[in-house]
Every structure is written in C-alpha cells, then in structure tokens.
Ligand binder design. Structure first.
Ligand SMILES: *[C@@H]1O[C@H](CO)[C@@H](O)[C@H](O)[C@H]1NC(C)=O
Ligand SMILES: *[C@@H]1O[C@H](CO)[C@@H](O)[C@H](O)[C@H]1NC(C)=O
Ligand SMILES: *[C@@H]1O[C@H](CO)[C@@H](O)[C@H](O)[C@H]1NC(C)=O
Ligand SMILES: *[C@@H]1O[C@H](CO)[C@@H](O)[C@H](O)[C@H]1NC(C)=O
Ligand SMILES: *[C@@H]1O[C@H](CO)[C@@H](O)[C@H](O)[C@H]1NC(C)=O
Length: 355
C-alpha cells in the first residue's frame, strides 16, 4: 500500500506540470489524486489536439506558401506576356478594376461569356488583391501595370483619387497599341446583350459611343458629333475600340497630354472624360474616327430613363452602360431592376465563378 501510493505520487509528478508538494501526507491524497487525473486528462487531450492539429497546420502552411509562391509569380507577369496570352486574332478586350469593383467585373464577364468572347478578356488589376484573386481563379487573365495607384482614395467618383485612377487608362491602352494589338476597352459597369464585334465595321482608327441622352435618328452620322454646351463633345470614355494605327496612338497620346494640362481641381472635380473629348477634338483632322450607333450602344442616361425609346429600339441593344448614376448600391439596384444583375442567378457562367 505505501509503495503503490509512492508510485502514484511519482506518476503525479510526471503527469502534473504543477505538482502539489510531493511531501503530501495521506490526508492530502484524496484531494490530490482527482486533481492529478484532471491534469492527466488535460495533458492527454492536449497531446491529441496537438497531434491532430499540427499535421493539419503544416498542410495549411504548405498550401498557403505554395499558393503564395504560385500567386506571387503574377507580380512579374508583364503586359506583353499577358496580352500575347489572351489575344485572339490580335485583339484583346480590357477593363481596369480595383477590388471594390469585383462584383461588377463578374457581372460584365458573365455577359461577355454569353457572346463567347471571354477568352480575349484581360483584366488590368489596379491593386495586388485583384491581380491575385483573378489569376487564382482564372490564370493569366489579370495583369498589374506598376506603379500601383493609391486605391484607398480611388473610388469616390469626382475625387482626385478617382481622377488619378482613371488617368492611367490612356497609358494602358497606348501600351497595348504599341505592342501591336487591337484593343477594346470597357468600363465594368456595362453588360453585353449581343456581340459588339459585327458593329466595329470598316478600318477606322478609333470607335466610340456618345454619352448624350438626346435621342438621335437611327440613321445618324458616324462622324464626331458637333460640340455641346461646354464647347466640347460628350463622347464616353467607357467603351473605346482602337486599332494599332498611328491615328489611334495619336489620340491616346493627346489624351495623356490633356490630362496633364488640365489636372484635377477641387472646382472642376473632373474625371478623364473631358480630356478624352478634347483629345478627339484636337486630333479629329488627322484621325479616322467612328461614332457607333446609338441604338446599339446607348448611354445609361437614355437606356435607363426612356422606356418609349427602349421599346422603339427593342432588339437593337448591344452594350448597356450603367452610368448617369453614382454609388455601387444604386448601380446594383438599377441593374437588378432591369434584369441585368446576372451575378445573382448566373454566377457560374463567369470564368471567375463565385468571388
Ligand atoms: C478570328 O477571326 C476568324 C476569321 O475572321 C473568325 O472566324 C473568328 O470568329 C475570330 N475569333 C474571335 C475570337 O474573334
Ligand atoms: C494624385 O496624383 C497626384 C500627381 O501624381 C499626386 O500628387 C496626388 O497625391 C494623387 N492624389 C491621390 C488622392 O491619389
Ligand atoms: C436619315 O433618314 C432621313 C429620312 O429617311 C433623311 O432625311 C436623312 O437625310 C438621313 N440622314 C442621314 C445622316 O443619312
Ligand atoms: C473643337 O472644339 C472647338 C471649340 O468648341 C470647336 O469650335 C470645333 O468645331 C471643334 N472641332 C471639332 C472637329 O469638333
Ligand atoms: C424618349 O424617347 C422618345 C422615342 O424615341 C422620344 O420621342 C422622346 O423625345 C424621348 N424623351 C426624352 C425625354 O428624351
């Protein structure tokens, strides 16, 4: 009996990380032994938990680092590599997206997939999160052109951050033209209802759409429209198709110049669109410009606001732009109201899937 008690005490000492004094008298034995059993139990469960957890944590870690290293390779993916990977028939479709716009990107992609042009899409990521997210889901379809803009300040329409962000657009497009590719640029708050390529007829340098909401006759001219109230046109910088010609490059260079000459100011709160219009105005004599048909490429100011017109032109619409409204929530609601928020029901049609 005393020897077995002694053994127990030894076991307690081994098992219990905080042993009660081994000099315990028999009076203490009763209270010590249940304590030590609890200690043993805790110790054993810890062993089990750690035994289960450690290999799993190891796996997670190797998964993350493998994912990390395979993702970090996209950091060095160049525009030249990206464009040559996605281009079909020498043509790419590009957008420029930062993280908050990912739901819009997905919606736009679903609509493009329905026209079977998604493989030509290159997402110009304006932050690393977007670069990694898109390439993780859809390898090779996103590229980041350094330097990264300050995305914290880039989202408020009319702010200087937004201006800085959109000012990168003509540079991206010029680089793609310099690489020898034809490029279509789209804002991602757009939805394709039909294939726009049959409308990009002839061999003009620059194709664009009018942002004016006034209804035009169906047979309107394809020339640059006359200037409006502010002495300039209201061509949308949201959808531009460019061939890799000296004329198209000249317009992009002029656009960059105009942005530098008329930087953002608190009074004007401009975006990149006026500069694009001045660039068109100043190069019109040297460049072959082509205004796309309004019925196919209406501004949001017309499509979402004039039911009569939408009825009259039924079946002619090709790309719908959710503009003439600001705010993510408002845009999403309006898309929903018009049955154009496809991510609700058709997210699996996107090459990105659910994001
Ligand atoms: C590429 O061009 C061919 C021939 O003009 C055409 O049939 C095909 O649809 C084009 N592919 C894409 C993705 O535009
Ligand atoms: C915008 O760009 C200008 C010129 O590069 C810079 O000085 C300014 O800090 C930027 N502002 C924001 C909010 O990104
Ligand atoms: C469009 O059609 C109308 C009536 O058919 C005609 O008077 C007008 O000249 C046409 N405009 C253009 C630009 O072809
Ligand atoms: C360019 O803008 C000026 C000033 O508004 C205008 O007089 C001129 O007609 C425009 N040129 C073209 C080609 O639109
Ligand atoms: C709406 O569209 C109709 C039909 O094209 C047109 O006659 C009318 O002027 C438009 N309304 C506005 C406010 O632009």
């Amino acid at each position: 009996m005393p020897s077995s008690l002694h053994q127990r005490q030894q076991q307690q000492l081994l098992a219990d990380p905080y042993p009660i004094s081994p000099r315990s008298t028999s009076g203490y034995q009763r209270s010590i032994s249940p304590f030590s059993r609890t200690g043993l139990l805790i110790f054993l469960s810890l062993m089990v938990v750690l035994g289960v957890l450690f290999p799993w944590m190891d796996m997670m870690e190797s998964f993350i680092s493998a994912g990390g290293s395979s993702l970090s390779k996209w950091r060095d993916y160049t525009l030249a590599q990206a464009v040559s990977f996605v281009a079909k028939n020498g043509t790419v479709i590009v957008c420029a997206v930062s993280q908050p716009y990912l739901p819009f990107l997905n919606n736009w992609l679903i609509s493009i997939s329905r026209q079977k042009h998604q493989e030509q899409v290159l997402v110009i990521a304006e932050d690393y999160a977007t670069l990694y997210k898109v390439n993780q889901k859809w390898p090779g379809h996103a590229v980041l052109i350094p330097p990264v803009p300050d995305t914290q300040t880039a989202h408020k329409f009319g702010s200087q951050g937004f201006f800085n962000f959109t000012s990168r657009r003509p540079r991206h497009l010029l680089q793609i033209l310099e690489l020898g590719y034809t490029v279509m640029y789209n804002d991602v708050d757009m939805v394709w209802l039909a294939d726009p390529f049959p409308y990009l007829q002839g061999y003009h340098d620059v194709y664009f759409t009018d942002d004016m909401a006034a209804v035009k006759p169906l047979n309107h001219s394809h020339d640059l429209p006359p200037p409006g109230k502010k002495g300039r046109t209201y061509i949308c910088s949201c959808m531009i198709f460019l061939r890799p010609t000296s004329g198209a490059k000249l317009v992009m260079k002029k656009w960059i110049e105009e942005l530098q000459d008329q930087p953002w100011s608190k009074i004007k709160k401009s975006n990149d669109q006026p500069a694009f219009n001045w660039a068109l105005n100043k190069t019109a004599g040297q460049v072959d410009l082509y205004l796309l048909p309004q019925a196919a490429f209406p501004t949001g100011g017309l499509y979402f606001k004039n039911k009569t017109w939408v009825e009259e032109t039924k079946g002619m619409h090709v790309i719908i732009h959710n503009n003439y409204i600001t705010g993510f929530e408002k845009k999403i609601k309006r898309f929903r109201d018009f049955g154009l928020w496809l991510v609700d029901d058709y997210v699996l049609e996107s090459p990105l899937g659910r994001i």
